[in-house]
Design a binder for this molecule. Structure first.
Ligand code: SF4
Length: 451
């Protein structure tokens, strides 16, 4: 199928360079990381955990910062193991951290979500996974209906590892598909065949992992719209329950390995925008419903229900129906978000292990939330999740200089204090949300492209 024939029946997104090329935060948390300071330490983090309400619904995140091979586009905190076996002592430290925090948290808090991210959690051995699940269940009250999710690399998700995850209660897996075309795969140092992906899908289905999320990317070096369509049709054919689309963020000054990517081969401007558009239109034509600005879900999926019922949220993993009031992160670089406080563990794996083994929480930075932060964060989350919202008058007045040009461009509509993101404005919802973010106005230019 050619791009032209596929695309001709779809309503086109309006390309507005001023907004499409603007650098905007992804708003997976608020306040943003550029507000983190070393004023937030282990004592403040421990106090915030201890002060969580009894019966608080909790979400736990475990960061596994290791991969078999480094993809050059990667923006995560990860590395390829270079010494004999760095994973085992890291798992020991993770278990100690889980036990440490478990002793501080209210005993009757209920864990409703657990997420293994990375890195590649499939690098863990079945025995390491068994020990981690045992530590989680002995340190916390884990709901028997808890959603347990893991990010898996199709190249490493072998039968034994998937079985170990399934035995631990895995309910959702996210597989990174990214792009199928082999020439693009070479340019990003991530060679994986369709057979490897379909084998991982088959193993997860036969292990009765209920929900499957597949990630695809656009804006990669040498990638074309045909490549995007090919990959989007492939993930639809795998019967994925959810698909997330990500635009490649080229930040070699922050991620040195991205220097291996040829800048001249990156789609820029309208071509990148059209790749995002054709990913969306291909998935929608295949029967998926858009959720937020970059997720797509099968009509019966719980994300769709959450969006319809006004329960959709954003957290570090993107859109979610997780309604926990606190997300506690374990592992090097993990970020925790509690009522009133966000904090981050050290990114240095060695420091992380030594701090934990000395019995200290390895917290190095964070931010305490002011009342204004909470109002701004709530408003931004509602805009990104619901696409319409009643805006408190003072926040609307403060946002007007940035917002009015977007309403004039037809991307948003104001009726009194009621803000609606129009159909044309959906690709630009991050630009609209950013109008209400005083941090963004001060720090414009340091984020990823809006589309
Ligand atoms: S597998 Fe994922 S986390 Fe690991 S290098 Fe590739 S993109 Fe990064």
């Amino acid at each position: 199928m050619s791009v032209t024939s596929f695309h001709s029946s779809r309503r086109k997104w309006d390309y507005i360079p001023e907004y499409a090329l603007a650098q905007t935060p992804r708003y997976t948390s608020y306040p943003p990381a550029n507000r983190f300071t070393t004023d937030v330490d282990a004592i403040k983090a421990g106090s915030a955990i201890a002060a969580l309400p009894a019966n608080a619904p909790l979400s736990l995140y475990l960061h596994i910062p290791f991969c078999q091979k480094l993809c050059w586009y990667c923006g995560c905190h990860t590395s390829v193991p270079t010494i004999a076996d760095p994973v085992e002592p890291y798992v020991d430290a993770l278990i100690r951290e889980i036990e440490l925090v478990g002793r501080i948290a209210p005993a009757d808090a209920v864990v409703e979500h657990i997420h293994f991210g990375g890195g590649s959690p499939d690098i863990l051995t079945p025995d390491q996974l068994k020990r981690l699940f045992a530590a989680l269940r002995s340190s916390f009250q884990v709901s028997r209906f808890a959603e347990i999710a893991a990010e898996l690399d199709p190249r490493g998700a072998c039968e034994e590892v998937i079985e170990a995850f399934a035995t631990g209660g895995l309910t959702r897996a996210s597989l990174g598909v990214q792009v199928l075309d082999s020439s693009v795969q070479k340019r990003i140092n991530r060679i994986q065949t369709e057979d490897q992906i379909t084998a991982a899908v088959r193993l997860l289905r036969s292990a009765e992992v209920a929900s499957l999320n597949l990630d695809i990317m656009y804006g990669l070096p040498g990638q074309t719209r045909e490549h995007v369509i090919e990959t989007a049709l492939f993930v639809a054919a795998q019967d994925a329950d959810r698909v997330a689309t990500f635009g490649y963020a080229h930040v070699p000054w922050m991620k040195k390995h991205q220097n291996s990517i040829a800048t001249a081969e990156l789609a820029t401007g309208e071509e990148r925008f059209r790749q995002a558009e054709i990913a969306a239109s291909t998935l929608e034509t295949a029967g998926y419903l858009p959720v937020g600005f970059d997720h797509f879900a099968a009509p019966g999926d719980s994300l769709v229900t959450a969006e319809r019922e006004g329960r959709l949220r954003r957290n570090f993993q993107g859109y979610t129906d997780d309604n926990a009031i606190a997300l506690i992160g374990f592992g090097a670089s993990a970020i925790s978000s509690l009522p009133g406080l966000t904090y981050q563990n050290t990114t240095d794996t060695s420091v992380y292990k030594s701090e934990i083994m000395a019995g200290r929480m390895p917290v190095v930075r964070g931010v305490e939330h002011t009342q204004e932060d909470r109002r701004t964060g709530d408003l931004i989350e509602r805009i990104l999740c619901e696409f319409e919202v009643d805006v408190p008058g003072d926040l609307l007045i403060a946002a007007c200089p940035q917002l009015i040009p977007l309403t004039r461009a037809g991307l948003a509509h104001l009726s009194g204090t009621h803000l609606t993101v129009t159909d044309s404005g959906r690709p630009y919802v991050r630009n609209i949300a950013a109008c209400f973010d005083p941090e963004f106005v001060r720090s414009a230019g340091r984020h990823s492209l809006a589309v």
